[in-house]
Design a protein around this ligand. Structure first.
Ligand code: SF4
Length: 417
């Protein structure tokens, strides 16, 4: 059976430098596809799709809400020619009814240990419409090393430099922030993978630079210390979401290769000022992730927040506008107040205002969003700041005697058996 695994394209934020990371969802899914299935992978963000071929089945891996319209178009094209289409991924779980209507079958939830039933039904041509495993989270120890062999790494470079490889050490999150759907997807619980499984997976990646895509590492001090101590001998450098603001943890993170973190900054405060300083004191860079247009922000608050990012001299910053994604606490609130402007999912990119903000007009928020990018990056430009952050990691690798070759491969890396 030939399964054509497709990662549908989505509209990029024009303000951001366009670069493409090797995807994570599809390679995790691929690890659960048995070897007798011939699997090919097609990232539409990087290559044009051939919609005229005849695979036995098309599998759509859909991560973002703004990719769902394109996913439905692809499904329609194949189904019109009698080719079955199945779909899974975060955005499929979030948009389950409309994705189920557009495909032959949808898989909801985490795939480990659960895909065989769908595959058996597919082979017997008896697919059910929905395979809902959202309330049956698999044993986290069942998560396998992702199948990076399906990726064409030539597609994931920027100016000739290989992009980071994505990997995860945990799933879920114990928090429930208003704009986030992680609690809906994972039941508001933190599930760390066995540290030895993470180490095995990292060892299997030839890239010297990684991105731990876990929602937030700041979930358990003991776990972070155990993880970082285990990662240290592997000599990788890595990016992650927040790390515990604790000197012992941050020192262990730095020694384990922490390069920079994505840190949410919601308002100028002594707490966030201290946290940023702590990262910096431990040699860890900061890319601020800043959502503009929250209900407690006036126009002046947005301006103050952007000025605060400049004052803190963040290495990088990513500005987005508040967006009421389905199955988030924030969506429930703005919906009940009649403040959702529309559900054109292609516009749910976090770069377009799709709701009525509380203290300004949608146009004012949209203009503030453009202003924030211009103000922060100014004459320097985003690429200059990116280059500085990149230089930091190169200098550190050199100082530590770690060599990353031009193709991103870690020198001395030995393929595990
Ligand atoms: S925003 Fe981050 S910390 Fe908050 S619930 Fe979502 S994943 Fe957890």
């Amino acid at each position: 059976m030939w399964m054509k695994l497709i990662y549908p394209k989505w509209p990029k934020l024009p303000e951001q430098t366009e670069f493409h990371l090797p995807p994570h969802g599809p390679i995790n899914f691929a690890a659960n596809v048995p070897p007798d299935v011939e699997l090919t992978f097609h990232d539409e963000n990087r290559v044009e799709l051939d919609l005229e071929d005849r695979p036995d089945v098309v599998a759509l891996s859909v991560m973002l809400t703004c990719a769902t319209p394109r996913a439905k178009e692809i499904a329609a094209a194949y189904r019109a020619r009698g080719i079955p289409v199945i779909a899974g991924g975060i955005a499929v779980a979030i948009h389950k009814e409309e994705m189920a209507a557009a495909c032959d079958a949808v898989f909801l939830g985490e795939v480990e240990g659960h895909f065989d039933e769908m595959l058996d039904d597919l082979r017997r041509k008896q697919l059910k419409k929905t395979y809902d495993r959202m309330s049956q989270l698999p044993d986290i120890a069942a998560v396998k090393t992702a199948r990076r062999d399906i990726l064409d790494y030539d597609l994931y470079t920027y100016r000739g430099v290989r992009m980071v490889d994505l990997v995860h050490a945990s799933r879920g999150c114990r928090f429930n922030c208003p704009p986030c759907s992680v609690a809906y997807l994972g039941g508001r619980c933190f599930r760390p993978r066995p540290v030895e499984a993470v180490v095995r997976e990292v060892e299997s990646i030839d890239n010297g630079r990684l991105f731990f895509v876990d929602n937030s590492l700041a979930q358990s001090k003991e776990w972070e210390l155990e993880l970082f101590r285990a990662l240290k001998p592997l000599k990788r450098k890595w990016i992650s979401h927040p790390i515990e603001a604790d000197d012992e943890v941050l020192q262990a993170a730095y020694e384990a290769g922490a390069w920079y973190v994505y840190q949410a900054i919601t308002q100028p405060s002594d707490g966030i000022r201290k946290r940023i300083q702590m990262y910096r004191d431990h040699g860890i860079g900061i890319e601020g992730t800043i959502i503009l247009g929250a209900d407690d922000q006036t126009k002046d608050d947005v301006i103050r927040l952007v000025e605060f990012c400049l004052e803190m001299d963040l290495d990088m910053a990513e500005f987005t506008v508040m967006t009421p994604f389905l199955h988030t606490p924030y969506r429930a609130q703005v919906e009940s107040e009649g403040r959702v402007l529309h559900n054109n999912w292609s516009d749910y990119t976090t770069g377009k205002v799709v709701f009525q903000p509380r203290h300004m007009t949608p146009t004012e928020l949209q203009d503030l969003y453009y202003w924030a990018w211009d103000r922060f990056y100014g004459a320097d430009g985003r690429q200059t700041k990116m280059a500085r952050l990149f230089r930091k990691v190169v200098l550190r690798e050199r100082a530590e005697g770690v060599q990353v070759l031009a193709d991103g491969t870690l020198r001395g890396w030995v393929k595990p058996n």
